[in-house]
Design a protein around this ligand. Structure first.
Ligand SMILES: NC(=O)C1=CN([C@@H]2O[C@H](COP(=O)(O)OP(=O)(O)OC[C@H]3O[C@@H](n4cnc5c(N)ncnc54)[C@H](OP(=O)(O)O)[C@@H]3O)[C@@H](O)[C@H]2O)C=CC1
Ligand SMILES: O=C(CO)COP(=O)(O)O
Length: 329
């Protein structure tokens, strides 16, 4: 919608014939965006080759679990000059790799410095209504990030650039864990204090792992960090929040995922972050508590008790200030 508003011809690729027909005939995508009429500049196809032919930019926006498969399928068709952008928030859980690494591995002839990640507080339901939205684009090569900025920016969609690909990808992925936790505390009937605590201490552990993985800690104070954390932890649109809420109310994970019918990235990301925290030797108590609830049968109430009973500690970490001063793109 944003690109069509900016005068571009947009081709959507889907593997579902019925969805493609609906988009082309009725200009709606009722499974995902009820009550929205899409621009006539948007059309759809089941042919990936047709979708990317002569494309100025190719945007990968499916799930993290399907990124490798889709990037691999794209390989023979990607026009070499096209700008490659992804908007997926998660890790490849089998390898713990970030999305840009997965894409780079599947598209070895594409200059990986030009792969752009687009992230930030941006629920699709609000973007299609043209509600003011701000996001961030990051690439190792700043011209690529600026080219993505040029494509998307308009009066209702404001785009910032950032050279920190690692931080932007990690912020977008890890906030989903905290959103699950925020939903869970709401489902348990706790109030604003609990949610504020989770968001604040959640941001601390996002920044801790992110910094250990090479991100600029200041990125987590930006749109891909605290910005997306606020949107996702407080929004009725968030699938992660809703999934957490149902679990807090006593539902089992399998039942919740079945009901959602859409991706809840935070579940796989909790698995990935739990392992990454061990690998990088950083403390992620909220992630660990959620891991135990999701995968080890701990009750939400027990997890909260564990978190509140942890050994007392101080708030601000020196390491973050030092890392920020030293960080180079
Ligand atoms: N929704 C939002 O507001 C935002 C989402 N994101 C991120 O974007 C990503 C996608 O989210 P979202 O669109 O909401 O998720 P949904 O679950 O709503 O949709 C996922 C889409 O990916 C497609 N897909 C999954 N696997 C494959 C595959 N192997 N081949 C082809 N298509 C596939 C699905 O197609 P099919 O129906 O055929 O299964 C479906 O169209 C996530 O990482 C999310 O975190 C980021 C910002 C905002
Ligand atoms: O990342 C998002 C908004 O920025 C979407 O969050 P959910 O996947 O929780 O709906």
């Amino acid at each position: 919608t944003v690109l069509a508003d900016n005068g571009m011809e947009v081709c959507l690729w889907s593997r579902r014939e019925e969805q493609v027909t609906e988009i082309n005939r009725r200009h709606t995508n009722s499974r995902f965006l009820k009550d929205t009429v899409l621009s006539e500049a948007i059309y759809a196809t089941t042919s990936l080759e047709e979708a990317v032919r002569d494309a100025e930019a190719v945007i990968l926006a499916a799930t993290s679990a399907s990124m490798r498969e889709i990037a691999g399928k794209l390989q023979p068709y990607l026009p070499p000059e096209a700008l490659l952008i992804h908007a997926t928030k998660g890790f490849e859980v089998e390898t713990m790799k970030r999305m840009t690494s997965v894409i780079a591995e599947e598209l070895p002839s594409y200059d990986s410095r030009r792969i752009v990640v687009l992230s930030g507080p941006s629920h699709a339901e609000e973007v299609v209504l043209r509600c003011p939205t701000t996001i961030v684009v990051a690439a190792e090569e700043m011209e690529a990030a600026e080219a993505a900025q040029d494509l998307f920016i308009n009066s209702h969609f404001r785009v910032y650039t950032n050279p920190d690909v690692t931080g932007v990808e990690i912020g977008g992925a890890l906030k989903n864990i905290i959103a699950l936790g925020a939903g869970l505390t709401d489902g348990l009937g706790f109030g604003d204090n609990a949610k504020a605590a989770l968001m604040t201490r959640g941001l601390a552990e996002i920044a801790r792992l992110g910094t250990a993985m090479g991100a600029n800690p200041l990125t987590f104070a930006g749109l891909a960090g605290v910005g997306d954390l606020i949107a996702t932890c407080t929004s009725k649109h968030s699938r992660n929040w809703r999934a957490g809420y149902m679990i807090g109310q006593g539902a089992a994970l399998e039942e919740v995922l079945e009901k959602m019918g859409m991706v809840v990235e935070g579940v796989k990301t909790t698995q990935a972050a739990h392992i990454l925290a061990q690998r990088y030797e950083v403390a992620m108590p909220i992630t660990d508590a959620l891991f135990r609830v999701l995968f080890e049968g701990k009750t939400p109430e027990e997890a909260v008790e564990d978190l509140m009973g942890r050994v007392r500690t101080h708030e601000i970490e020196d390491i973050a200030q030092e890392a920020s001063a030293k960080w180079v793109p």
